[in-house]
Every structure is written in C-alpha cells, then in structure tokens.
Write a protein that binds this ligand. Structure first.
Ligand code: EPZ
Length: 432
C-alpha cells in the first residue's frame, strides 16, 4: 500500500458543496453476499477504497469474476468454486470475514482466516460462529482458520446479543447465510445499522425473503436459490458526517449532497446541541458554524445511537469548545488512540476511566502526527484544519481504507491540504 502524507495548513473556513460517496460498510458485506447469487451482480456507487480493493482480491481468489467500470463493480460466478479465503487478505481487512456466511451457504464449505484484533479493540467473532453453528454449520478452528461445512443450513432462532449490544458484521454473516437455509430464521438483537438494512435490501433484490430490517428482530425465510441483480449502494453516513464536522471545526458553511439524513439523526442532535446550524433537506444537509462549539457529553452506542465511527472526529471538534466535554465509547471502549496525537496538536485531552475528557477551548498548532486507524486519521485531519500553521498527517494509508480521496473533497471546499508521497523535512510553519 503506497505510503502517503497529508500536508495541511489550518485556519481556512470551508465553504461549498460536496457529494457523499457510497458507504464502505454497506458495500463490503454486499460484495461478500454476491457469492450467494447464481448469476451476475452489478453494484453502483461502490467507493474507490483500499478495503474494496482487498475484497475484490478475496472474491477473485474465491473464483468470482470481478470487474470495475467507474463507480460500478460487476461480480459474476465462474464454474470453479474454491472455498478458501486466506490470511493475507483477511489480516489486511477484517471485513473479509463477511465472506464466511455466504460461502458456506452457497458452496457448503468455507475456510476463512480468523481476523486478528486491531487498534480499536480485540474484535472477537464468537457471535458470528454462534449464529452459523445455530444454522447447523459444522465449525472448527484449525491453523488460524475457521473451517466450516454444511450440507444445507437449516433455519433457527438466534440471539446475537453481545457485551456491546449487537454485532454489525456478525448480523451480516448470519443474515446472508440464512437466505439459503431450509426454513425460517429469526435473528434476535440483530444490528439495526443502515448498512445492514442496505445489505438486507440487496439480498431481497436477489430474491431473498427478509423482513424486519432496521429493527432488532429480523426474519429470513430461506429460499432455494438467489439470482443476479443490479443495486445501488447507500450513502456513506460516516463520511458525510466527517465532512460536516470539517465545516464545524473550520468555522465554515458546507452542504453535503446525496446523503440519507434519516441515518444521521443522533449526529445531528449532537451538532445542534453543540450550537451548529443545520439545514436538512430530502437528500442533503448543510451546516453553518457561526460560533465555537459548546462542550458536550457523548457516548457512542450501537445504532440508532451516536456512532462509534464518529467519536474520534467529534472529539477533535470539542477541543475548540469553551468548557469540559466527555466522550465515551460503549462499542469499542479502547478506541482512544487518537488522543495522544491530538495532544501533539495542543489539545487538552486525556483518557479517563470512562473515555476521553476534553478541556477547551484550546488553540491547536500544527505538528507532524500519525494516524493509527481510519477514524483516528480523520480526526487528525479535522484538527489540522483548525490548527495554526502546518500539520502533516502520517499514515494516510489508514485513511484511504475508508475515505474516497478525502484530501480532494476538502481541497474543493477551500482547505489548504495536499497529499504527498513523502513527509518532507519538518520546518515548523515553514514553506509548504
Ligand atoms: C462494524 O465492525 C464496522 N465495520 C466498524 O466500522 C464499526 O465500528 C462497527 O461495526 C460498530 O459499528 C464494518 O462494517 C466493515 P461489531 P464489526 O461486530 O462488525 C463485539 C470503520 O471505521 N463483538 O458490530 O467488526 C465487539 O467486540 C469500522 O468503518 C463480540 O463481542 O463490529 C464490539 O465491542 C471500524 N463478538 C461490538 O461487539 C462478536 O462476535 C461491536 O462489534 C462480534 C462483535
């Protein structure tokens, strides 16, 4: 993966209109679920991301014909049907684990590498395995792989409640597998995230029979086969909210188009409480930041709560608030690696027993910082937009896993941000 750095000079209010890309976290399980179809699937609005590229490689290893034309990806089964997704791909991107359920349901066998942990938490998959075992799969762990077999899966009643609520990709794996099971499956404590709703709608477009999407109880009546279809992936709500936060932190005015405002209610509530002025349309949202944000208390919880994938970015905004804020994460309690990097930019943030304590207002000043994961990287970019002088964000490869050319979108809104392939000698506030 190409190394890269983002050079940012802060202090410019962002202005203008930008379009949200297709959702990474919807596109990935939908691409994996294409393994279930007997004929070609054509997906539109698939973002150009490293994670998507990784999953294309996995699908090709699994015998699928995959091609990209513009924002569309075509996935078609070939006659070969290998069933092993190796560690190299799954290690690089844990969402590859989403091929397990579809592979097992369609081919009766699957060998998928167990995903490791990552910087935001241990990332177990026990609920995925519990759900597939309940559908009648014979599962074992061998040499770091999940080895799964089943003549034909059978419908079951499955409770996917975990310590932190439900599991998003666990629901994706089990719901996808259940579409070809014999009989009816009921998933209790299913994930309600918009990305799972989008996956369910895609599966129904293929001929599945799923009800209850968006609620915590999803019912899947098994069918004998699924055909091909064309489908347009939903908007990326996390990217859209990140772009709105860029307007908030820079004191600007930005409209984000082609979004689903209903998916962002909990975020809009917090932005409103922080004093940001929102104008919400049918498929667009505008944010006007005429004042510094107010301090807040936020706890990230499963949907429809405030999303864990946005707490780092919101923490960056709260550094500017006059007063003390607290940000907790009930989904990934350890997801605070961005705090140390924000402190390098002058933020007064510390990890407390129940999350981050943010003392503001603080004057952010540019510095070299390092992204540790996708959303932490986004938080550092946002902070760089508000910091005085030059900030260089290392580890752009993390960002490029989940944001489609964020630098270009921000530059189009007036940010002084350039992607470079080397960090350049560090001269504080020196020439760009
Ligand atoms: C999905 O990850 C997203 N990734 C994550 O987005 C997101 O942060 C997360 O959901 C929560 O919303 C994709 O959709 C590709 P979980 P996932 O299973 O499915 C526990 C990003 O930045 N758990 O919903 O892996 C787990 O430890 C990424 O785009 C179990 O205990 O998350 C966590 O505390 C980061 N056992 C909680 O559930 C299991 O078997 C939620 O995890 C599975 C999960």
């Amino acid at each position: 993966m190409r190394k890269g750095y983002l050079h940012i000079r802060g202090g410019r209010p962002l202005e203008g209109t930008v379009e949200a890309s297709g959702s990474k976290n919807a596109a990935l399980p939908i691409m994996a679920a294409s393994l279930l179809a007997d004929s070609a699937v054509r997906l539109r609005r698939v973002p150009r991301l490293a994670d998507v590229g990784n999953l294309v490689a996995v699908l090709r290893c699994l015998g699928m014909d995959v091609g990209r034309e513009g924002d569309a990806i075509q996935i078609a089964p070939r006659d070969t049907a290998p069933f092993q997704a190796g560690y190299t791909h799954v290690r690089r991107m844990r969402a590859s684990f989403c091929v397990l359920g579809p592979l097992l349901a369609r081919r009766g066998r699957a060998v998928v590498a167990l995903p490791g942990g990552c910087r935001i938490g241990p990332r177990p998959v026990d609920l995925h395995l519990k759900g597939l075992a309940a559908l009648g799969a014979d599962l074992s762990i061998r040499n770091g792989n999940v080895v799964a077999r089943s003549a034909r899966l059978r419908g079951a009643k499955i409770d996917l409640a975990g310590s932190a609520g439900s599991t998003v990709t666990g629901t994706a794996n089990v719901m996808s597998a259940a579409t070809l099971a014999r009989g009816t499956t009921t998933i209790l404590h299913a994930a309600q995230e918009p990305e799972i709703v989008d996956l369910g709608r895609f599966l129904n477009r293929l001929g599945a029979d799923i009800e209850g999407l968006g609620s915590s109880t999803v019912t899947i009546r098994g069918v004998d086969q699924l055909g091909g279809a064309a489908y347009r992936v939903t908007a990326d709500r996390i990217e859209a909210a990140t772009l709105l936060l860029a307007a908030a932190i820079s004191g600007g005015r930005v409209s984000v188009e082609k979004v689903v405002p209903g998916d962002l209610r909990a975020v809009f509530e917090r932005l409103d409480q922080a004093g940001m002025e929102l104008t919400i349309g049918a498929d667009r949202v505008s944010l006007l930041a005429e004042r510094l944000p107010r301090p807040l208390r936020i706890t990230a919880t499963p949907y429809p709560g405030f999303p864990t994938d946005l707490q780092a970015q919101f923490t960056a905004l709260l550094c500017l608030a006059r007063g003390q804020s607290r940000v907790a994460d009930a989904v990934f309690p350890q997801r605070f690696l961005h705090l140390a990097e924000l402190r390098r930019l002058g933020a007064e943030v510390a990890a407390g027993a129940a999350g981050a304590v943010v003392r503001g207002p603080c004057r952010l000043s540019g510095a070299p910082v390092a992204a540790t994961d996708l959303r932490a990287g986004a938080a550092l970019v946002l902070a760089g937009l508000a910091a005085e002088g030059k900030t260089v964000v290392h580890g752009v490869n993390h960002l490029e896993r989940g944001y489609e050319r964020l630098d270009r979108k921000l530059a189009a809104l007036g940010a002084d941000i350039v992607r470079k392939d080397r960090a350049a000698r560090w001269i504080p506030n020196g020439p760009p």
